[in-house]
Ligand binder design. Structure first.
Ligand SMILES: *Cc1c(COP(=O)(O)O)cnc(C)c1O
Length: 397
């Protein structure tokens, strides 16, 4: 028999979410997560994946994964610190460090895990963390786990950051102070003001932490936001994911050798959770090789992003302040946003609605993620459907 209190809690809360239009329904794919996906037997233009460069289905990636799987098997068999470190993990970390222009790097099972492990390996209850209010959920959770004092600053507001950094420094209450930011903010596609952040960090002796999950593979010709600004030697922690543009799964921290040495003995997901599968590690190595050999995919991504943005803007949609291929279409009210996404879906476009609590209330949006794998024909068709549904619902004229 199940707990009555639990039953009551679940039923009430699920009903509540559904009545407010906040319940997220998950649609399983019957295909790869490429530019065209299949759901319920129907083909749709996919504008919702983070597979920015189309690497998830790249022939070289698949081959690398299969080869490594044949050599090492499907699982690594242990955590990294026992005997779950395979030579492919080391090769991956060396490649990542080179790619990020840092002394060393450490790989994790996911970007989420990086933030769980890296922040609390260095920060504790006697420290403070200055955190952008729009930082990713995994950063928020990682900060909480560290027990450091969390001081939120207004989104990309450098005056607010400076003021709060000064207060924290002058209070004398904290041993260490860190500033932490997304490189690219995933819901709006805007880029952090890194040069100003570094300036403030230097003034108040802050540890700098940039989670570049959406910037790696996208900005800086692929090397990420920090490289984009030419500040590789100024950022202490460069976090990246292997799950988005890289097309596989995993995450990493790139930085100075002593930092990485410390994370290898203190970051708990590294010590207590089984390492990346050999196939995933090998595919990630291949991805970095592909990105290093040519910027073709990166250029195609930007070309497609600019094309889609221009098209949506010309139709009269509000696409916010995006500076990257991430293209939000801001609708506002939660239920209308979900209805809009549903109608796009019925007409042949898969663009997921994103509503509270992922974004603030009243700023519901349909977020579009164009990739290097889309063709102009696919994007034109998507724009036609956007025009049709937008007019039908009175969102555009
Ligand atoms: C997506 C994302 C993550 C999580 O990465 P995974 O590899 O999918 O776990 C972490 N941080 C930011 C900023 C992200 O956008």
């Amino acid at each position: 028999m199940s707990s009555k209190i639990l039953e009551k809690f679940l039923n009430e809360n699920l009903e509540d979410l559904k009545s407010k239009g906040l319940y997220n329904v998950i649609n399983p794919l019957e295909s790869s997560n490429g530019p065209i996906i299949k759901i319920d037997g129907k083909e749709l233009i996919n504008l919702s994946s983070n597979n920015y460069l189309g690497l998830a289905t790249h022939p070289r990636m698949k081959e690398a994964c299969i080869k490594a799987t044949e050599k090492y098997g499907v699982g690594a068999g242990a955590v990294r610190t026992i005997n779950g470190t395979l030579d492919v993990h080391i090769e991956l970390e060396e490649k990542l460090a080179k790619f990020k222009h840092t002394e060393a790097a450490i790989a994790f099972q996911s970007g989420f895990n990086c933030n769980m492990g890296a922040i609390s390996a260095v920060m504790d209850k006697n420290d403070a963390i200055l955190s952008d209010e729009l930082n990713h959920a995994s950063i928020i959770d990682g900060c909480r786990l560290s027990k450091a004092k969390i001081i939120r600053f207004n989104h990309s507001d450098m005056e607010d950051l400076r003021k709060k950094a000064k207060e924290a420094k002058e209070s004398g209450l904290y041993n260490k102070i860190m500033v932490i930011t997304d490189g690219v903010f995933s819901m709006d596609g805007d880029i952090c003001k890194l040069p100003e952040i570094i300036e403030i960090a230097e003034e108040f002796d802050l540890i700098t932490y940039v989670d570049d999950a959406h910037g790696s593979g996208v900005l800086g010709k692929g090397a990420g936001t920090v490289k984009h600004f030419g500040l590789s030697d100024k950022v202490d922690f460069q976090i990246g994911t292997l799950s988005k543009a890289i097309g596989v799964v995993g995450g990493y921290v790139a930085g100075k050798k002593n930092l990485i040495d410390w994370l290898k003995v203190r970051a708990r997901p590294f010590l207590f959770s089984t390492s990346l599968t050999p196939g995933a590690a090998a595919a990630c190595i291949e991805a970095i090789d592909i990105l290093t050999e040519s910027t073709e995919l990166n250029e195609k991504l930007w070309e497609n992003g600019d094309y889609l943005k221009k098209g949506l803007k010309e139709l009269g949609f509000n696409i916010g302040n995006s500076e990257t291929p991430i293209t939000p279409c801001i609708i506002g009210e939660e239920k209308t946003t979900q209805e809009f996404s549903k109608r796009l879906n019925e007409e042949g476009v898969y663009a997921k609605s994103i509503v509270f609590p992922t974004v603030p209330r009243g700023t519901g949006r349909v977020r579009n993620m164009p990739t290097a794998a889309h063709t102009k024909e696919m994007l034109d068709r998507a724009l036609e459907i956007y025009a049709k549904v937008g007019r039908e619902m009175g969102i555009i004229k």
